[in-house]
Design a protein around this ligand. Sequence first.
Ligand code: PEP
Ligand code: MN
Length: 332
Amino acid sequence: MIIHLKETVSAELAAQLAEQAQAQYFIREGQAVLITSSSVKEVPSFLQEYAADHFVMASDIQLASRTYQSATREVTINQAKVGGSTNHTLMITGPCSIESWEQIVTCADMLKELGITTLRAGCFKPRTSPYSFQGLGMEGLKMLAQIREEYGFNIITEVRDATHVEAVIEYADIVQIGAKAMYDHGILRTCGEARKPVLLKRHFGATLQELVQAAEFVLSGGNEQVMLCERGIRTFETKTRFTLDLCGVSYLKEHINLPIILDTSHAMGYAYGVPDLTRACVAMGVDGLLIESHPNPKVAKSDAAQQLNLDEFRDLYRSVQSVAEVVGRKVV
Ligand code: PEP
Ligand code: MN
């Protein structure tokens, strides 16, 4: 159950009441919001005099549910807006990993040429092998911050553990929680305390319920700037890296009030399929796209097979705008 307390209830009292109700809570514009387990169906008697409003919820998908808030939430990334009443499909692109200054400048120049303003590159890479390239870490993050300064882009980069969140908040604009980190409660709770937009990727073995409940950890901490990212789930199929769950995207669009970003690169795993798959996603009317692009994918230090080279990305970018128009959207 979600309970909005009266605005006259102080933050101190709200904290006491939340503890007594075994609830999560946060303050939204001066009003405390308590979230108990969804198994609670009536406002506890000790809370009744303080409650302004309450919402009985069917499952622990609560703050993210359209039953609670029917409109898609608007996420603000500096001057850019995603979700809400905008018809924007945010294009997020860049290399899987930042590898050098020269590499990232080449990518940044392409974004500038195309008028794209959101650059993504990983610094703390969550690799499946300890012997693979692990990312440039802080050195890479500082290079991204310099790019942000010089080009005015919004920067998105991932955190591999909770200790990275503070630095990413300082140097970047969107915190990416990678698929493998989706179950990391340290990261989720730290991001809940942050006041920066978060892109939460679905673990390849997670149900939609688990994905949205992971988002609830962030939302219930008071960080309401959360975007979900479908990036492929593991099925019996091995010819593609993962299987992009477009049925799941339909479910999320219908029931969940968070903007949805589609990552076709990690789902497909091979560059040849990324343009077609991306156009299919745009036709679904999604809030954003995440596509890996690299000046020379053949020598990329991570995810080499799936990254588009810059000419391939340019071709794709030119083709998505007309698809977006058909469904009343604009790729930005
Ligand atoms: C990435 O975005 O480069 C990445 C590692 O993706 P995922 O967390 O979806 O595997
Ligand atoms: Mn990658």
